[in-house]
Design a protein around this ligand. Structure first.
Ligand SMILES: Nc1ncnc2c1ncn2[C@@H]1O[C@H](COP(=O)(O)OP(=O)(O)OP(=O)(O)O)[C@@H](O)[C@H]1O
Ligand SMILES: [Mg+2]
Length: 262
């Protein structure tokens, strides 16, 4: 179990990006963290993967545990060896290297047996094997996300964290990609923390969801309940009258105004 407990993240000593957030990812589950731009989602992933320092950020409070062991403040290699793997926004690929070279680099950091080679990646994504010699930068957006997933699989993590994998992809490609994420969870038993702005799709594959705003969790519940929740439905999933998609932030603003007027 991955357990984030009351974590706080500050940039440049004055910018409070995450203000006491707790999130649990039980073994073998998919948990999603949703929220609008600037909510602090990526900052939480950075805190977990040990890459905050390189962004002038630091954890100023709280703790992060993997299977009961604290990993807060540990350097990136140590976190990865413990079994936490981050696919950053955009996939984090080496665009000038080929598909195969990207995978070989992934294998170097594997917690599993390197002798298994790239077999697992090709097995999961035959389309990548056909394009083994293509530079990653020339792949389509969907193929790049698949390559990032394949590389993560080779690392054999316990917990895989994905930062907005659907960003910029066409709806059909997102369906395919989310199908792979679900399958990786089911067949490899890897727990998943999925960061998304695409709430509907993320809640469809997750068992539990958290909604974050301005550095805090504003709502959390089983994914099925969030999908049915009147406010989430109306304002976050875009089912509201007028049917114009609004962010949760708009909702609060709207509610605040209303309360203030009444
Ligand atoms: N390196 C940084 N230095 C200073 N402030 C930062 C830095 N990175 C993020 N922030 C600020 O921290 C807050 C949270 O940012 P973060 O990137 O975690 O949000 P997010 O939820 O991932 O947003 P998005 O959906 O746009 O990716 C924002 O106000 C952002 O401007
Ligand atoms: Mg982000």
């Amino acid at each position: 179990m991955l357990s984030i407990e009351n974590i706080e993240v500050v940039y440049d000593e004055v910018i409070y990006a995450v203000k006491g957030v707790s999130v649990k990812v039980p073994d073998g589950q998919i948990v999603t963290l949703l929220g609008p731009n600037g909510a602090g989602k990526t900052s939480i992933l950075r805190a977990m993967s040990g890459i905050l320092k390189s962004r002038e950020g630091e954890i100023t409070g709280g703790n992060i545990f993997l299977d009961g062991q604290s990993i807060a403040g540990h350097p990136p290699e140590k976190v990865r060896r413990a079994g936490i793997y981050l696919i950053p926004e955009g996939g984090g690929l080496f665009e000038d290297l080929t598909v195969e070279e990207n995978l070989r680099l992934g294998l170097l950091h594997s917690r599993g047996d390197q002798a298994d080679g790239l077999g697992k990646a090709w097995e999961w994504f035959p389309v990548l094997q056909q394009r083994a010699w293509v530079r990653a930068g020339y792949l389509s957006g969907g193929e790049q996300q698949m390559l990032a997933l394949a590389r993560a699989l080779l690392a054999r993590p316990k917990v895989l964290m994905l930062d907005e994998p659907s960003l910029g992809l066409a709806p059909l490609i997102v369906d395919e990609l989310f199908g792979f994420i679900r399958k990786i969870n089911e067949e490899e038993g890897i727990s998943i923390l999925l960061i998304e702005q695409n709430a509907r799709r993320a809640l469809a594959i997750a068992s539990y969801g958290y909604i974050m705003e301005n550095g805090k969790i504003v709502l959390d519940a089983p994914a099925g309940e969030l999908l049915q929740d009147k406010e989430v439905k109306e304002f976050y999933l875009g089912f509201g009258q007028g049917s114009k998609r609004r962010s949760y932030r708009d909702v609060k603003h709207y509610k605040r105004t209303k309360r203030w007027l009444s």
